[in-house]
Design a protein around this ligand. Structure first.
Ligand code: ARG
Length: 460
């Protein structure tokens, strides 16, 4: 039991209490951030005349030694310490003696942990953004390659109107663009340094908080010491943004599972991204998509946990807040894994274009276009809707589609129809005529692809 406190106690901590209270098993994950923060802190202490330059140099050398030894495996982080802060400080004192005891001058573990968590989350946001960017690049490529890959668009999972694969994937591209933006916004909003807030009420030392903030690349110091040690909004925001990423990945996964099914056969997942069955030799299962869909629940769980943990905590620091870490680490690692695997899965899947086009031709996906044909010939839309409804009924009786219905049959229901109806309701026309911005027509989608190209260049 290596603790940073004990002077006012007359008894040893009960072992079960110690175990329950300790956070080293998980907060060791930010040893790097803890050491980086301590180096900035002592640099500032020396600049402010609180430590001598020689003391600063000795402490920094000691901290750098600890970092190197943790990384090369010679200094394991063990449960003998209460938390990562105690581990670093105790090891520093072991290494450099009494001068190490000056490290914690003008600092509390409350502002220290607030800093470590911010540094950690900030680093992870950078990595998460890179992964979302990789995924967007894959989606962009798929869009460019599939502006004329026709497929049915669905509402209520019923065939509705034909679209293209570029258009369908383009919908996800927009979602991930917003996800990327959300991560950037969170980074900007949280990018202020809490160090110097002390336990809750600042310190009596003349700390140069602006300088510490600058050393750690923050925009500036936080402006209220009580808020600094109590704020976990950025964790809530991050977990909310991660949950939204998971909604998108999960919906996309669900679609891929459907498209990859024996019934649809729109796509075939690569062998490297599929799994088999222990009993049924023929099976090739979309487990990766299913796992991404499944792990969404964990990330939502993390968001619900932190919201619940934070809701009743009076200002300022309370130990409840130690609970922010495991769930945040788990959610970040889960989302990073899902983004990387999902990206690999869609980059390698094959499209069964003939099947997609065939499916887009069936199911009366051109019925709206048949009605639009009548409107273009002067029939009011509501009447046109009724006429085409009767045509569809006739086709169902005959077991054929609108493309195969004879002109005679068309004319029997409305004599407005002429021979050019077939061209007007062909799959190609149905898609290509939809050319307002945001629609699936090639001209429209190419404009969006150009916009996305510029967008991607701007953030790379
Ligand atoms: N392990 C603690 C946490 O994660 C560090 C801060 C401890 N502060 C304290 N006053 N006990 O929140």
């Amino acid at each position: 039991m290596a603790q940073l406190w004990g002077g006012r106690f007359t008894k040893e901590t009960d072992q079960l209490v110690y175990n329950f209270n300790a956070s080293i098993s998980f907060d060791q994950k930010f040893y790097k951030q803890d050491i980086k923060g301590s180096i900035a802190h002592v640099t500032m202490l020396a600049k402010s005349g609180i430590l001598t330059d020689a003391e600063r140099d000795e402490i920094i050398k000691g901290l750098e030694g600890i970092l190197a030894d943790v990384e090369n495996g010679t200094l394991p982080i063990t449960s003998e310490y209460e938390d990562i802060h105690s581990f670093v400080e105790a090891n520093l004192i072991d290494r450099i003696g009494d001068v190490g005891k000056k490290l914690h001058t003008g600092r509390s573990r409350n502002d220290q942990v607030a800093l470590d968590m911010r540094l950690y989350v900030r680093d992870e946001i950078v990595e998460l953004k890179a992964l979302v960017l990789d995924l967007m690049k894959t989606l962009h490529k798929l869009m460019k390659e599939n502006t004329e890959t026709y497929m049915p668009g669905f509402t209520h999972l019923q065939k509705a109107q034909p679209v293209t694969f570029a258009h369908h994937v383009g919908a996800y591209m927009e979602m991930f663009k917003r996800d990327y933006g959300r991560l950037s916004d969170i980074f900007e909003r949280m990018n202020y340094c809490p160090l110097g807030a002390g336990a809750l009420a600042g310190t009596t030392y003349p700390l140069d908080r602006e300088y510490t903030a600058e050393l750690l690349s923050f925009k500036g110091p936080t402006l209220n010491s009580m808020d600094s040690v109590s704020d976990r909004d950025y964790v809530i925001e991050l977990l909310s943004a991660l949950s939204t990423i998971m909604v998108h990945l999960s919906r996309f996964s669900e679609e891929i599972i459907i498209w990859n099914s024996n019934e649809y056969q729109f796509v075939e997942l690569d062998d490297a991204y599929s799994t088999g069955s222990s009993i049924m030799p023929q099976k090739k299962n979309p487990d990766i998509a299913e796992l991404v869909r499944g792990k969404t629940g964990r990330v939502y769980g993390a968001l619900t946990s932190i919201l619940t943990t934070m809701k009743g905590i009076p200002l300022a620091y309370n130990k409840d807040m130690q609970e922010d870490k495991e769930l945040t680490f788990d959610a970040i690692d889960t989302v990073k894994g899902c983004l990387a695997l999902f990206n690999g899965m869609i980059a390698t899947m094959k499209l069964n274009k003939p099947n997609m086009a065939k499916s887009a031709t069936g199911g009366f996906t051109n019925a709206t276009d048949a009605a639009d044909y009548l409107v273009n010939h002067g029939v009011p839309f509501r009447d046109a809707h009724g006429i085409v409804g009767r045509l569809v009924l006739r086709c169902i009786e005959l077991g054929i589609g609108l493309d195969d219905l004879s002109l005679e049959e068309y004319k029997a229901i409305s004599d407005v129809f002429e021979d050019d109806i077939y061209e007007a309701i062909s799959l190609k026309t149905c898609v290509e005529k939809r050319n307002t911005i945001g629609a699936p027509g090639t001209e429209a989608i190419k404009k969006v692809i150009d916009i996305n190209e510029e967008y991607l260049k701007g953030i790379e």
